[in-house]
Design a binder for this molecule. Structure first.
Ligand code: RIB
Ligand code: CA
Length: 329
């Protein structure tokens, strides 16, 4: 039995790679996909998610739409600069029309029903803003028992990508991120941009993807705007498939090296809003200087596993092999 998985997503070009990675993996039971505002507005992320599942031949997978804005403060800035006008380099319309209707239920309702019905622990992979997941944990605390891990793409140990201090997913809804990451309710794995940047793929890798089959060629066709953005961000011809790195960990536990650290999220309205403050000091120093209680009733409050390293070529090869399929399942 492989991984029971639910993806919460804001496609998004790198989300597209991540969704396909899960949808095409024989050892993954993709229970459902929930959508959230983020790279582009909710209507577009939802349309894109449904079309991507259709591309992968996965009309068996239910899709439900979630939050269209953050929990507390408005955050009107989308990421068209990286993902294009429609979230997929202006190529969403080329993807096959969805064969399955959008669920009438909202994202949180679908998450609850899938978790309740699951015959074992479920991994949730949020690869966009954490608004839906915060709402789930706040309104349905009982689902905790059915959640194995929450494997999150987000955060930055060093500088951000959306501001000097913050990575886009966390910056989009810091209050939601703080609820999920510091609540101590579910085991969290944070896959920060520091590692996802190191997993960047180059023109040669992208050419292999393009020549790997129908799905790979279709994903490659979604990359132009994203690739142009990352050529500027990286300084060389490649892309950063942030979300695919996180989903790789969700479906192959241990592919990323993780370490446990205390964490907090800056929810102020100043220049560091959305920063993930990961305390990497030696434990002895923390013990000396930090007298707050870090234990909640279910786990260690404010501690998460942070992905800090991986076999970079091994990760790149894992993703390419999984995406290199001629047709959807
Ligand atoms: O900062 C990268 C993250 O923000 C990725 O999830 C990307 O899709 C965007 O949502
Ligand atoms: Ca994303």
């Amino acid at each position: 039995m492989g991984t029971r998985l639910i993806i919460d997503t804001d496609p998004g070009v790198d989300d597209a790679f991540a969704i396909a990675l899960a949808a095409l993996s024989e050892d993954v039971e993709l229970l459902g996909v929930t959508t959230v505002f983020g790279n582009v507005p909710l209507s577009a992320t939802t349309r894109n998610a449904r079309r991507l599942l259709s591309l992968c031949g996965r009309s068996d997978v239910p899709v439900a739409a979630g939050a269209q804005r953050p929990l507390v403060y408005p955050q009107p800035h989308r990421a068209h600069y990286a993902h294009g006008v429609d979230g997929l380099s202006g190529r969403s319309h080329v993807l096959p029309e969805p064969e399955r209707e959008l669920e009438q239920a909202g994202a949180v309702e679908l998450l609850v029903s899938l978790l309740d019905a699951a015959d074992g622990p479920v991994t949730i992979a949020p690869i966009g803003p954490l608004t839906n997941i915060a709402a789930l944990l706040a309104a349905h605390p009982g689902v905790r028992e059915k959640i194995d891990r929450v494997v999150i793409m987000g955060g930055a140990l060093g500088h951000g990508n959306t501001t000097a201090a913050a990575e886009f997913n966390i910056w989009s809804d810091p209050e939601a991120a703080r609820r999920v990451l510091t609540g101590g309710e579910v085991p969290c794995v944070l896959v920060p941009m520091d590692l996802t940047y190191r997993c960047a793929v180059d023109a040669e890798w992208l050419a292999k993807l393009n020549g790997s089959g129908q799905i790979g060629a279709a994903l490659h066709a979604l990359t132009p705007d994203y690739r142009e953005h990352y050529n500027r961000a990286l300084g060389w011809d490649g892309i950063v498939m942030h979300d695919a790195v996180a989903v790789a960990e969700a479906i192959k536990p241990g592919i990323l090296h993780t370490e446990t650290f205390p964490i907090d999220v800056d929810c102020t309205l100043g220049p560091s809003r959305g920063a993930t403050v990961v305390d990497r000091r030696r434990a002895e120093l923390r013990d000396d200087t930090d007298d707050t209680d870090v234990h909640s009733d279910t786990g260690e409050l404010g501690r998460v596993r942070v992905a800090t390293d991986t076999d970079l070529d091994g990760l790149r090869g894992f993703v390419l092999d999984r995406l290199a399929t001629v047709t959807g399942r």
